[in-house]
Write a protein of this length. Structure first.
Lengths: 113, 109
């Protein structure tokens, strides 16, 4: 499968715990995006990388959230001290610099108890 | 905000009928894209239309864009039960893409 992959697909955690999600983009794609989606809503932009550089962060990305893409390939999104309001689907997408279309992974569904 | 807003929020039709969904937005855009999402899954790209284009077709999909009215429509012809999904428009400007809340389409067999 040469599409965008995300792991884990589902995560249940207790409030206050830290969680980390991984995204593997399409191999030749230099841009990688993170979105959050709550029930009944569209995806909300969180942050994006071009190669290993994090070029934009939404104000939705509080200081409990951190994203990395150390080698310009896969990316991780960490949420520290999770809160119930963090429960959502976290989507990753990738694209080429030269194209506007983003290709999405299947998402990681997070439930914070 | 350049976020698109879809209308209607929900649409229920019989198999074989056409489905039309609309998207309105507020600011300038470079392009507008439509995505489909099956329940609990990731988004699948359907079609992209650039700001200098007025209409595009892809299979049973027809997209129009009216930049003067800041609106777009997605028409699915001869709908099938498998078209049941949420459909989102996403407005693009300078590598930024913003989504609306989507239209939930149900196609009854």
């Amino acid at each position: 499968d040469t599409g965008v992959s995300q792991n884990p697909r589902h995560k249940i955690t207790k409030r206050g715990q830290n969680v980390t999600f991984r995204c593997d983009p399409i191999s030749e794609h230099n841009r990688l995006y993170w979105y959050r989606q709550t029930l009944g809503q569209g995806p909300e932009f969180l942050t994006y990388f071009q190669n290993e550089a994090q070029l934009e962060k939404s104000r939705l990305l509080s200081d409990r959230f951190s994203a990395e893409r150390p080698k310009g390939s896969f990316s991780t999104l960490e949420i520290q001290r999770t809160e119930q309001g963090d429960s959502a689907m976290y989507l990753c997408a990738s694209s080429l610099v030269t194209e506007e279309t983003q290709y999405f992974g299947p998402g990681t569904r997070l439930l914070v108890l | 905000s350049q976020q698109g807003e879809e209308d209607p929020q929900a649409l229920s039709i019989q198999e074989g009928e056409n489905a039309t969904m609309n998207c309105s937005y507020k600011t300038s855009i470079n392009n507008l894209q439509w995505y489909r999402q099956n329940s609990g899954r990731g988004l699948v790209h359907l079609i992209l239309i650039r700001s200098n284009e007025r209409e595009k077709h892809s299979g049973r999909l027809r997209v129009t864009l009216d930049t003067s009215k800041k609106s777009s429509s997605l028409l699915i012809t001869a709908s099938r039960a498998a078209d049941t999904a949420s459909y989102f428009c996403a407005t693009g400007l300078n590598n930024d893409m913003r989504f609306g809340a989507g239209t939930r389409l149900t196609v009854k067999p």
